[in-house]
Write a protein that binds this ligand. Sequence first.
Ligand code: HSE
Length: 438
Amino acid sequence: MNPVKVGLLGLGTVGGGTANVLARNQEEIARRAGRGIQITHAAARETSFPDVNTEGMTIGTDPFAVVDRPEIDIVVELIGGYEPARELVLRAIDNGKHVVTANKALIAMHGNEIFAAAQRKGVMVAFEAAVAGGIPIIKALREGLAANRIEWVAGIINGTGNFILTEMRDKGRDFAEVLAEAQALGYAEADPTFDVEGIDAAHKLTIIAAIAFGIPLQFDKVYTEGISHVTRADVDYAEQLGYRIKHLGLTRRTARGIELRVHPTLIPHRRLIANVDGVMNAVLVKGDAVGPTLYYGAGAGREPTASAVVADLVDVTRTLTTDPENRVPHLAFQPDALSDIPVLPMEEVETAYYLRMQVEDRPGVLADITRILGDQGISIEAVLQKEPVGSASDVSVIMLTHRVVERRMNQAIERIEALPTVEGRVTRIRMEPLDKDD
Ligand code: HSE
């Protein structure tokens, strides 16, 4: 049988890795797919590709020319960003081609439109590489866990953010210095605020939630908070209390709606996911039948991401001749069976909290604070008061609370910040047990 012909858009880090993995493992891949997979055409901005096996490829600069070539069966979009990626993918679909993409921003923002177009045309759009790089989390959620009612998913899904928090904890390094290193190592997004402010994780969480719960992609509903306000002191205090701070993407099904949130989170240090360090990613999925399952691996990088792209190419190749009605649905659930269960506003989300505040070191101060928390129905789990530093008259007070609805905590924090004995803002970091009974 003739090899499947692939048009590759983008020959950068992931594109080059995809070409190399396909070439190096071509025999194994053909044995799995049932026929060869060959990149025949590519479009790239670069003009030289020193570390890429480009044998058999015709390389140009115009991606639309690749998308319009009649002989191409599958278009692989590795350009990234919203445009022209969206236009290229929609044109490929319109031309009747299957698409493989690693573009999380594109799927999170425009996936509903793209999948509807693909459904009409009877083509596949595969996107394993868009979430957690080389970890086959889409495959696991969409197929491996298909028997389960998924209860929640929590993931470390941004390697740059995890690298920063790990270096702060292990080596006491400062935020800005570690970020610069992550950029130099090529982990960070082109705009690193996407990493540190949680936007990249929110893109990935949007996709995870859609597949886990059978809801449309709703990037605009994700509560997104970055890690730039996490200090070394918070990392140290959390450690003293038996917790690690991780930048988590968390989505949970509740009786009132879906939680969809990205923020720094205290996790008990004995959880496996709390020990996922450096640029590594991990996704913890709780299904009602299987219980918690954990998926760990490289969330970025040339060949780890290429591993996911090539796996999608194999998947698409295997099903080229199947009836579109009998393929795995793009978002795991049949398109006419998606749920309209609402996404909860952050104020309605219930969680536990770590609070840190700077207070005057005199009698009655703690009593005022605990009274306010009590008034709001907030129960305290632990209190830590640090010694004043040198001749300072104020001290740091750290509190862990039991679960409470965020709206009540907002009201309590507003009242605490208004106390004359409390200086500045209260730092609040949410806390999640992530255990099997959660
Ligand atoms: N900037 C992303 C990260 C790359 O650091 O995880 C992979 O999506």
